[in-house]
Each structure stands twice: as C-alpha cells, then as structure tokens.
Design a protein around this ligand. Structure first.
Ligand code: NAD
Length: 480
C-alpha cells in the first residue's frame, strides 16, 4: 500500500515516531494509503530546517524566488491529470471538478504570487519641512500554514505561495483527511529546485501536528483555514504568544433571490452554488431566500433540476456529484437532515444516503437535499452543515431578508440575484459578509481581499493583502 512521507529539509522522510494513519478513498470507503502520524518531534525537525533556510531565502532577489515559484506552477500544470486523479480519489470530488477547478487554481496560486511579489511596493509619506517616512516590508520568519480537506491543493497553495513569495520559509500541514496532493506537491517542489528547508510539509492529526505548529515559539505567524471551533482553539494558543493570525473559518451563506432576477441564469448558478463539490465549499449558499412572488416557480424548477443531478463514482465523467469526504462527515450531514425534520422541515428532494453498486457499495454518498418550511432562527438554518443540503425560505421585503441573512454567527459570503441596480447595491451594502456576489457565484479575481466577518474569520487573504500579512511593516522616518 502506498505510504506518504513528510517533506522536511528538501527530502521525503518517515515520521520520527514511525507510526501511520489510514487514508480512505471516500468513493469506496476503503483504506488506500498510509499517512505519517507525525508529532512534535517532526515539527521540531522542520523548524530547524526552516530556520536554517530563512536567511538565504529571505535575502535572495525576489526575481529568483519568483522563478522557482513559477517553476512549481509549471510542474503542477504539467501534472494536471495525475493531480486531478489523486485529488478526486482522496476527497471524493468529481475528477472533472478537480481537473477544471482545483488543480488549475493551485497552479494559478503559484503563478499569481510569483508575479505579485514583483509588483508589490510599499508606501512613503512625505511631511512638510523636509521629513519623509517610508515603509519597509520585510519577511518575518517561519510561517505556519494549516489547511482543510474540502479544496485540498487549492487552499494549501493559496497560503504557501504568498508566504514563500514574500521571503518566509514555511511549515505546512494539509488535512489528514486529504493528504495526497500535498505529498505530490512535495515531489514537485523537489523537482522545481525549491531549496531545502524553504517549504516543509508535515502530515498528521490536527491536535498533534497542527497544535505543535500553533504553539511553537519559533513560528511567529499562523495562516489557518478550517472550522470555526478549530480557529478559536488556534487563537486561544497563538494570541497570548502575539503571533500574527489569519483565520478563514466556517460559513452559512445566504443566497438571496429577488423576483426580478434573470431566472435561467440564477437557476443554473444556484444548482452549482448549492451542490458543487457535494456542497463542501465554504462559499456554497446553504440558505436560499426567495422573494414570495417567485417562490413556487423557483421551488418547482429547482427541485426538478436537482433531481436530475447524478450522484456517482467521482471518476465517472457523467457524475455531477461524487462522494462525501469521510464517514464521520457523512454521519454529521445525515444528522442535520434528521434535525431539520425534527424541527418541522419538509424534505422536497433527496434526504437519503445513496448506495452505489459494486466496489462503490461502501462509499459515502448523499442525495442533493432541499428542505423547506423552517424558520430562519432554527438550528438547521443557523449551524454550518457543509454538505449537499439547502433550505428554502420565502421573504417579502429587502429589510426582512437582510435581517434574516445577517442572523447567523457567520459572515463569509452572500449571493444576490436581482436586475434592480439599487436593490443589488443596497443589499450588498447591508450584509455582514466578506464577499458579496451579485448575479454570479464563485467568480474570483485573485487580487481581491478574501475572507469572512464575524465567526467566519479574522483578516483577509488574496492579492497584496496576503503579501502584507506575510511581511512585517516598519516605518522609517527621516528628517533631512
Ligand atoms: P478543521 O478545522 O477540522 O481542520 C482544518 C485543519 O486544521 C486540518 O488540517 C486539521 O488537521 C487542523 N486542526 C484540527 N485541530 C487542530 C488544532 N487543535 N490545532 C491546529 N490545527 C488543527 O476543518 P475541516 O473539517 O478540515 O474543514 C471544514 C471547515 O473548513 C468548514 O467549517 C469550512 O467552512 C471551513 N473552510 C473555510 C474556508 C474559508 O475560506 N473561510 C475554506 C474552506 C473551508
């Protein structure tokens, strides 16, 4: 059985403790590889390597760093099919999605920050009477990057690329649920000539490897994407150590549909924003608010379109949805469908597990599920489910829908469908979210600030915001 290794100081190494965890293929429910069950000792080894690599990596010209990162991007592109297959097998997502979205975006992340660093400049503030301030922005040291399982290589590289471009060295931990493409990335980094110790990838559990990275005194910044509770735990450890923290957390995103929208475009996109990646995208719109005059028309069209979605083998090109990432997550999603029924909801579509034939019979699959009849304040409409489950909620007015949309602890993203310009701007303005899409969803320009408000996160990633996070500003004031 294939065994993943850690990537430390430029080499692929066994975990010091010599123990391994099972890695499952969600499509079959079977163990298909082993991953290092690393611990503090492995993190210590990586810290020593990253520390030793920092002086030269932070001092080489940014053009040299840029070239190495661009080479990694080229190698990701050259290995598109292999990486897409690995991502699909590890995560359960349709291979077509991995091939069209996840892996190209991982290459784009490296390309984007390889070039962004060449254009990144700092400010100067001239004062009257011969005084000028200028801002130096310097790499800080070792960045700790911790990422989740839903968009494995996509989000892993979204952190690593800017941290490296800015001149830091990195200790990164992918999710133990989906480690495979991070391992393949370490092979590509060796091939690209990333100097030893500049990037180190440690595999293992959150409460061992993740916690050791978070608590390590020589890692002064943590960039984390994952659940809100984990984010709170990381902040509890890191904040008293005065570490820089970027937290990208959970969501319960509203999808707000006004009666005057472009119906066909909205319906097509709403299917995607509800069920892409089995609903396991932090930006999926899980609460669908529909203006009352459109409610019945939307409901019947949306239910009919949802029932046509094919849940199947992720490697089959015809599958619209693949497998749920793990058994535990499948059980969590199913428990929320039960909760929705207990709370008085009516299941309009889906609601059940899917059993596929043959080698997939023990895989973890759930039908795309639509529920109506629940108030906006019940648990189903307040808590993150993170699966193929959406609720329908009718509304009468802008004020009412804004209040309902803002009623959760989360504030990641929102989608608004309307052809009325004033409504579009007004609603976007009043929503407590980090990203509002109007008449589109998941349209991403990597230069824009990305992140959430309230319990959806602290700080922003993307563009120069990311380079600012991974550098320390110093104001120098000269009286000449
Ligand atoms: P998770 O919080 O369980 O795990 C995320 C990562 O943190 C994993 O690598 C895990 O091993 C690690 N971890 C766990 N406990 C830790 C600890 N005590 N200390 C340090 N690290 C620890 O999240 P998940 O289940 O992998 O991902 C799903 C969650 O991620 C959802 O809530 C989703 O909304 C969120 N998410 C947010 C964004 C965003 O951009 N805001 C993007 C994707 C996913």
């Amino acid at each position: 059985m294939f065994t993943i290794k850690n990537y430390i100081n430029g080499g692929l190494v066994e975990p010091k403790g010599g123990t391994y965890l099972d890695n499952f293929n969600p499509a079959t429910g079977q163990v298909y590889s082993k991953i290092p069950d690393s611990d503090r000792a492995d993190v210590e080894q990586a810290v020593a390597a990253a520390k030793a690599a920092f002086p030269s990596w932070s001092r080489i010209p940014k053009e040299a760093r840029s070239k190495i990162l661009a080479k990694v991007a080229d190698l990701i592109e050259a290995n598109l099919d292999k990486l897409a297959l690995a991502e699909s097998t590890d995560n359960g997502k349709p291979v077509s999605l991995a091939k069209n979205v996840d892996i190209p975006r991982a290459a784009a992340n490296f390309n984007f920050f390889a070039t962004a660093i060449l254009h990144y400049a700092s400010e100067s503030h001239a004062m009257e009477k011969g005084v000028i301030n200028y801002t130096l922005r310097e790499p800080i040291g070792i960045a700790g990057c911790i990422s989740p399982w839903n968009l494995p290589l996509y989000l892993f590289t979204w952190k690593i690329a800017p941290a490296l471009a800015a001149g830091n060295t990195v200790i990164a931990k992918p999710s133990e649920v989906t480690p495979m493409t991070a391992y393949l990335l370490s092979e590509l980094c060796i091939e690209a000539g990333v100097p030893p110790g500049v990037l180190n990838i440690i595999h293992g559990l959150g409460n061992k490897v993740g916690a050791s990275i978070t608590a390590h005194p020589d890692i002064p910044m943590i960039s984390f994407t994952g659940g809100t509770e984990t984010g709170a735990e990381i902040a509890r450890i890191a904040a008293p150590m005065f570490k820089k923290l970027s937290l990208e957390l959970g969501g319960k995103n509203p999808n707000i549909i006004f009666a005057n929208c472009n119906f066909d475009k909205m319906l097509k996109t709403t299917l995607k924003s509800s069920f892409s990646n089995q609903g396991e995208i932090c930006l999926c719109g899980s609460r669908i608010f529909i203006e009352k005059p459109l409610y019945e028309k939307f409901k019947s069209a949306f239910v009919a379109a949802t029932q046509l979605l094919k849940v199947g083998d992720p490697l089959n090109k015809d599958s619209d949805m693949g497998a749920i990432v793990s058994e535990a997550h499948t059980e969590k999603i199913m428990s929320y469908i039960e909760l929705a029924k207990e709370e008085g909801g009516t299941v309009l579509a889906g609601g059940k597990r899917v059993t596929l034939p043959g080698e997939h019979q023990n895989g973890w699959y759930i039908e795309p599920t639509i529920i109506e009849g629940l108030g906006h304040e019940c648990r189903t409409n307040q808590e993150e489910i993170f699966g193929p489950v959406v609720t329908l909620i009718p509304f009468d007015s802008e004020d009412e829908v804004i209040e309902m949309a803002n009623s959760t602890r989360y504030g990641l993203s929102a989608t608004i469908w309307t052809n009325n310009l004033q409504t579009a701007h007004q609603v976007a303005n009043h929503l407590h979210v980090g990203i509002a899409w109007i008449n589109c969803w998941l349209l991403r320009d990597l230069r824009t600030p990305f992140g959430g408000s309230k319990s959806s996160g602290v700080g922003r990633e993307g563009g120069f915001e990311a380079l600012s996070f991974f550098t320390e500003p110093k104001n120098v004031c000269i009286n000449y």
